[in-house]
Design a protein around this ligand. Structure first.
Ligand code: ADP
Length: 246
């Protein structure tokens, strides 16, 4: 597995308060990773740095085989380079069908030739079928997105992000508001996506993290407190004290 993103020694302060403190993080391609940590640990700021929304005061963020610095790129350039982000609240085109939502995401796919390639071609239709299968919405393709359950909307949005062919997908609290069955489906979906892409999941739900069965990074006060399997990090006395013990 080759490294896709390498963050080293990154710090960010807001009005003198260090939200991220000398943070280092690496992810390979493909790889599935989970980030946990108490409120205010810096999880959102960490994702904001990767997407270019927040600029660090110091440190480096290197991306891809050409080792480009994300810190020199705009938010839209970073998105075009294949960094996708799924926010907590699902945003889909409610009045359109699932198929139309996926088709729109494919048309907006990055890369200069893709629009031509995917517009109303059999290849586009095949890709929509593949994406629907990945997100488990094959039967729902003709349905209006606004009528889907909360969980199904989340999956559709993940499908729309996958349609953009991301290299790194940042997913914020995917299990929030889901039923146990929907959570199970979501873990399976993310595991499937992480066979091809680098996927970072920020999540509070420990059972969900357990099912993801991946390397876990515990953030606290803007730094990495522990890293490893869920069993490893949750048996770390420091983690128990500052996070689980609260
Ligand atoms: P988490 O997502 O783990 O809850 P955040 O990254 O949102 O943590 O926040 C980390 C710390 O930085 C918190 O103490 C928060 O109040 C502070 N913070 C985040 N963004 C800003 C901002 N724009 N201005 C001031 N403080 C901020």
């Amino acid at each position: 597995m080759k490294t896709l993103l390498e963050m080293s020694g990154v710090s960010v302060s807001f009005d003198g308060f260090k939200a991220i403190n000398n943070l280092s993080f690496q992810i390979g391609e493909p790889e599935l990773r989970a980030i946990i940590g108490p409120n205010g640990a810096g999880k959102t700021t960490f994702m904001d740095i990767i997407t270019g929304k927040t600029r660090p005061d110091s440190g480096t963020v290197i991306y891809g085989e050409k080792s480009i610095s994300l810190l020199k790129m705009s938010e839209s350039q970073i998105a075009m380079a294949g960094v996708g982000r799924k926010f907590q609240k699902p945003t889909v085109f409610e009045a359109q069908t699932v198929r139309e939502n996926l088709a729109m995401a494919l048309k907006n796919r990055r890369g200069p030739f893709d629009v031509l390639l995917y517009r109303k071609t059999s290849r586009g239709a095949k890709r929509i079928e593949e994406l629907a299968e990945t997100i488990g919405l094959t039967d729902a393709l003709p349905r209006i997105a606004g009528e889907l359950s909360h969980g199904q909307k989340q999956w559709l949005e993940i499908g729309m992000l996958l349609a953009q062919d991301p290299r790194l997908l940042l997913v914020d609290e995917p299990a929030a508001g889901m039923t146990p069955a929907e959570r199970e489906h979501t873990t399976d979906l993310l595991k499937r996506a992480a066979k091809k892409h680098a996927v970072v999941v920020v999540e509070h739900d420990m059972e969900f993290i357990r099912r993801l069965d991946c390397r876990v990074t515990v953030l606290c006060e803007g730094s990495v407190l522990a890293e490893g399997s869920l069993d490893h990090v949750t048996s770390d006395p420091q983690v128990i004290e500052v996070y689980l013990g609260r």
